[in-house]
Structure formats: C-alpha cells, structure tokens
Design a protein around this ligand. Structure first.
Ligand code: MN
Length: 435
C-alpha cells in the first residue's frame, strides 16, 4: 500500500518547538524523521531521536518519562533501543501510530512541560548511522546516468540491451557506510592509464561523488519468499541521502566482468535522518513516463498503483566547497539539481526485483538508487558526467578548477519535497570532506 495523506500532513499544524515552524527548516512537524544520536562528548549508548526544527526529541527519554504509554509495549521498547532495526522490523503497524503519537506530543496545544525534558539541541548531538545495516545494494536506476556514463565508455553503444528490462544493481559493502561528516580517505588501488602497458598501484587520481537516494527496509521477507509489487512499500521504512564515493580510475580498470568492487567499497556516506514513507505521502505521483518506444516492465514489475503513485517528487542538490573557498568564506558552489521522480525504476520495483529470486531482505538493510541524473547536462549527479570525464573542468569562484575531487574538498548533498498546499520537508544534509 502507498501511505495515505492524513492529519499529520495538515499544513496548519504548528509545533511548540518554535524552530520547527520556520519556513527554511527541513524538519517541520509534518516531517518527523528518525535517526540515532549520542550527546556530544558523552559516552552514553546511542539512542533514537526524531528531528524537530533544530532540536531532537529523544525517544529513550520519552520512554523513561512515560510519554509513549499509549503505544503498544513492543513499540515502546523498540523506541528505547540504540538503533532503528527493531522499530523497522515491526513495519507500518508500528511506524504509523508512532508518527501520529509524536505529531500530537509536539503540536501546539499540547502541554510541553514534560516533553520539553526530552529535547536535545541538534547542535549538542553527534548523529550516527540510523540502523545496523546488514546488507547494502546499489542500483543503477537513472536511465540518464546510465546513458551518460555509457556514452563515455562506449560511445557507439551507451545503453546495454538489458537496461530497460532489469533494475541493474551490484552488492555494495555495508561495513564502510559512514554517517555524514565522517572524513573520507582517498583510496589507493590499481589503475591503468590509456598509454601504459600495465597498471600501477597508487592513490586514485579520479575521485568522484555520486548523488543517490537510500531506502531502508522495514519488514523483512523469509528466504525463498518473494514480495509482490503491490506489497513492496509495506517493506520500506523511509529515505535518506547517499553519497556513493567512487574512484573512477580504479573502477574503469576493475569493473569488467563482475562490476564495481574496490572503486566503491572504501566509503559510502549517509545522511543521518530517515524520512519515512508516511511523511512522503503528499509528494507521491506517477512513476517516470517511459517513452512510447520503450518496452513496458515485465508483469512482476508492473502494477497500476505503482504506475500512478510509485514516483516520489524529491528535488536533489549537490554543493562543492574547496579548502580555499572556506578559508575565504565563499559559500559552497551549487553543482547540480535533479529530481528523484525521473528514475527509470521506482523504489517498489527495486524492492520487488531484489526479492524476486527469493533473496531475503532484513530490517535495516539499505538499498540505494544509483546516481540520480536528469536529462539536462546540469542535472548530472556526478563529476564524471558534469566534467565529461574530466575534459571540461568546473571553475570555482577562487579561480581553482576541478575535474575530480581534491584534498579538502567538501561535497554536500541536500534534498527536499515541495508541493502546493503542503508544508515543505527536507532530508537534511549528507556531507563529507576528502582528507
Ligand atoms: Mn552508485
């Protein structure tokens, strides 16, 4: 089922947390994304929080204060855990009533005296990974990205014949997923220049980012059991931003015949807040309109609901700042803007395809969409595309140029959903600096 619009999306709802009512916040009361945090400098165990304006509502504290008592006992216990996995495992039966309860606790009219004791300023918190991620799969769901990259490597044959039938993916590395603001070390690896007879092992010279959307699995499925497309969204918890850092020189040398490996597995950055599918309800719409000459998806990847409401209108932005720019107080440069609605495959199709061979997904597993690029050149979600493999460098306001990332470069991804008649919500920030 696609989540319905309800009272929690009412644009007139205001919170007694005043920063949540400001026009520019990513986290108004209509959003209520989940994350995991620790008090800065403290040694205490990580706890689940909900972002509200510039504050975090500490769910472990809510539990201790007895503020969750109207919820079923297992949901209360899951809220007091140190990762989101237990809550995710209960599916929408838990996340929907919890959302309604949190919306009530935080809205104007509610006496905030007790609830205020469970607030932590976001500036005093260290944001961690939202879940223990067992497995991580990275898709390749933008036909524009696949075509742009294909053109660079195979000018005559950019899009391989399977692309319009199979949601292509590779199995990524869960252990090297890091939260926003973790420094990124430039990887060493094998790469070979066109004119060299053999590869060298050296630091990558073509370090890149990839703008992606991540999707957390909620309800798992048993090994051997498939998830039909009509039920796919019952298995999805919510979305975050993902930077799939990529070493293009290592990738070019290693990717055939089995796909990416060390070019990707050195680091993947996640934004800390997971925006639930419930919160995204007002921003749903048609799936990407395939050109008439394209084949329809095979029946197991087709449903009328997915066609009509499987898309998510989510604007995505990439910013770059160099060390020099920050020294001179120059704001980060906007590199690109794209929209998640333009993906060739929906999140429901990705999940259904993933389980279609009987592969079991577990609560807290993550899949990412692949680089989100649009049809226009300025909507490309990687430097590989924006600079045409480094041949058309980007000019920074300091006079520096960039073909690929250099030491001290900081990449920031942002995303937000906007629709007439509703309050805008954001995904927060996914940020990382090359050290
Ligand atoms: Mn990727």
């Amino acid at each position: 089922m696609i989540c319905a619009i309800d009272a929690t999306h009412d644009p007139n709802l205001q919170s007694w947390v005043e920063s949540a009512n400001e026009a520019q916040t990513d986290f108004p009361i209509q959003n209520l994304p989940f994350g995991v945090f620790q008090h800065s400098g403290g040694a205490e165990t990580p706890r689940i929080g909900v972002a509200i304006g510039d504050q975090i509502l500490d769910l472990a504290a809510c539990y201790t204060l007895g503020l969750l008592k109207s919820l079923p006992e297992p949901v209360q216990v899951a809220c007091a855990a140190s990762s989101l996995n237990a809550l995710m495992a209960m599916g929408r039966a838990a996340s929907l009533p919890l959302r309604h309860h949190l919306s009530q606790l935080l809205q104007v009219g509610q006496d905030p005296v007790t609830v205020r004791q469970a607030l932590v300023p976001m500036s005093k918190a260290r944001l961690l990974l939202p879940a223990q991620i067992g497995d991580y799969t990275d898709f390749y769901a933008s036909i524009f990205h696949a075509t742009n990259v294909g053109k660079l490597f195979r000018p005559d044959n950019p899009l391989l014949p399977n692309y319009k039938y199979v949601p292509i993916a590779y199995h990524g590395r869960a252990s090297s997923i890091v939260p926003s603001d973790t420094p990124i070390q430039r990887p060493c690896g094998q790469w070979k220049s066109a004119n060299d007879p053999a590869p060298t092992f050296a630091p990558s010279r073509l370090l890149d980012y990839e703008l992606e959307v991540g999707c957390f699995v909620s309800l798992g499925n048993e090994l051997g059991q498939t998830v039909e497309i009509e039920h796919a969204e019952d298995h999805l918890f919510g979305l975050c931003l993902v930077n799939d850092w990529s070493a293009r020189d290592i990738q070019a040398w290693e990717y055939q015949p089995l796909g990416p490996f060390l070019a990707k597995s050195f680091a993947t950055t996640l934004s800390p807040w997971v925006v639930t599918l419930e919160a995204l309800a007002p921003f749903r719409g048609t799936a990407f309109a395939r050109p008439d000459q394209d084949p329809p998806p095979l029946p197991y990847l087709t449903s009328s609901i997915n066609q009509e409401q499987g898309g998510i209108t989510l604007t995505l932005d990439v910013f770059l700042s160099s060390a020099q720019m920050r020294q001179q107080d120059i704001p980060a440069l906007h590199l690109s803007r794209s929209n998640f609605q333009q993906m060739y495959w929906t999140v429901a199709q990705m999940l259904t395809h993933h389980t279609s061979n009987g592969c079991n997904l577990r609560p807290g597993d993550l899949f990412a969409s692949g680089t989100v690029s649009g049809v226009e050149p300025e909507s490309a979600g990687s430097l590989l595309e924006l600079t045409q493999r480094g041949t058309q460098p980007i000019h920074l306001p300091t006079g520096e140029t960039r073909s690929f990332l250099e030491e001290g470069d900081e990449v920031t991804l942002r995303g937000y959903c906007k629709r007439q008649g509703y309050v805008q919500i954001g995904l927060g920030v996914c940020r990382g600096q090359v050290k």
